[in-house]
Write a protein that binds this ligand. Structure first.
Ligand SMILES: N[C@@H](CCC(=O)N[C@@H](CS)C(=O)NCC(=O)O)C(=O)O
Length: 198
């Protein structure tokens, strides 16, 4: 049994969705960032955290990769060329999309007011739009890597949703249709329902 620590509307969703895709059961501790319950397992107070047999794993991409390897699903095997290509896509999504929107988000309302830089959001939107084309070029369909859904699909779908919510441009019919298909998956809908429970 796994325990997922994390409140709704953040990267915790990725872990919940992954566990639903894998058909694994889990408990939830709906703690917020920087609370003592979170800091006990995640020294920086960041979410999400996965507890597996009492061991804490932090970072959503690390958690997804761990779960995929452990259950032999949603990943190419470690040590293969296919896995190297999959990991490259994972890092491309984290570097070229998530890092950009995360910086804009921090400068929007997370950093102390006197540390926020005006105009970051406009530059971030431009960079995001440019980088999205790079993702589109590597998209094989129906999933990112082709016929099999894998870890970067969860990261990309979640990050596209984040972008959509923040009004970042998604000028790609292909990726818009892909996002819609991914959000239509039963496991995705169960994850949304789990997030909405009290
Ligand atoms: N790379 C980490 C980032 C974790 C992260 O920054 N999580 C946010 C919530 S989505 C958080 O806890 N922020 C609080 C903070 O940055 O101190 C991951 O993917 O899990």
């Amino acid at each position: 049994m796994y325990t997922v620590i994390g409140s709704a509307n953040n990267r915790t969703f990725r872990v919940i969705w992954m566990l639903e895709e894998l058909g694994q059961s889990y408990d939830r501790i709906r703690a917020k960032q920087h609370t003592p319950e979170v800091k006990e397992h995640s020294p920086l107070g960041k979410l999400p955290v996965l507890l597996d047999d009492g061991e804490a794993i932090t970072d959503s991409a690390a958690i997804l990769t761990y779960l995929a390897d452990k259950h032999g699903a949603m990943t190419a095997p470690a040590g293969t060329i296919a896995r190297a290509k999959q990991d490259a896509l994972t890092f491309q999504i984290l570097d070229d999309l998530e890092a950009i929107i995360w910086a804009a988000t921090r400068h929007g309302f997370i950093l102390p007011e006197d540390k926020r830089v005006e105009g970051v959001k406009d530059t971030a939107k431009w960079e995001w739009a440019r980088n999205l084309k790079g993702i589109e070029e590597r998209f094989q369909g129906p999933f990112l890597m082709g016929d099999q859904m894998s870890v970067p699909d969860i990261l990309l779908t979640h990050t596209l949703g984040w972008g959509f919510g923040a009004k970042f441009p998604i000028e790609s019919d292909k990726l818009m249709a892909y996002g819609k298909d991914m959000r239509g998956r039963d496991a995705y809908k169960r994850a949304v329902a789990s997030e909405q429970e009290a």
